[in-house]
Unconditional design. Sequence first.
Length: 310
Amino acid sequence: MIFLFRQPFLHFLLIGILLFALQHYQGLAKTYQLASLDEGATQLLVDDFFSMTARMPAPSDMKKLVAKELDKRILFAEGLRLNFHRDDSVILQRLLRNAIFLGFEGSDKEKIRAAFELGIHESDEVIRARIVQRMASVGRSHATGTPTDAELMDLYQADLSAWQEPARYTFEHLFFSVDREQEPVERAALAFEQLQADSSPQGLGDIFLPGTQFSAKSLRDVASIFGVSFSEYFNSKEFLLKVWQGPIASVFGQHIVRVTAIDPVQQQDFNAVRRELAQRWQEEQENAAFEAYLAQLRGRYRVTTDGELQ
């Protein structure tokens, strides 16, 4: 045995194995490295945040934005490692379109190959989003099992308000448009005085295309027709049943309203919403599976700055 360890060929063999192992490790380490966000990428996050919120992000906001962007980059990098960009018909069609736009010549396969060689798939935002989407599906697919009755009941009891039928209102209204010469508030106030003396609304108000009478409408329904400010009237302290009230503003003008009936909030039975509960349970399991998968990937990838691990 000692004689074997003294043989030069064995020394070369061991050195070769060690060099191969080191090279393999360095290759893996490079595969799982991500560059940190540069100044331009960070500024894009700031700009997007400002365009959506009309304010500059606070330090806590920036921390979340950067973390979310790094998560996307991790998912994208892993998707590339799994070759999602080479077997996805949507991505291949996108690359072909880009290649045609850039004037590449040859067959479709040659155009796509040329696009890959130029790294177009790494900078195209549509392709990046597609790969991130597929990676999210992979993570969610790790969820298994079916809910028990006890789990569904716990979900039902945890948020009873989510399983309520909203209150519904039956009402009529008179409409006074902003498109007329006279101020709608003045015209509505005058009509309201007439209604106090004579309860008949006939001949009063302007034409309102969606109608003048509405039956069993939820506040969401009302808001979709008249706007949120109008729907808030039904929750106000001044609200009275079967009495003309107003003027009440909407996105279209002014209204005088009379609510004639209210169907109160109804709690839906557990069995009536069982299917929706099972769907919510499944979504929660899939979200948890995705978060666990993403956490696993975060532990595998390392962020670098100028080649140095952070």
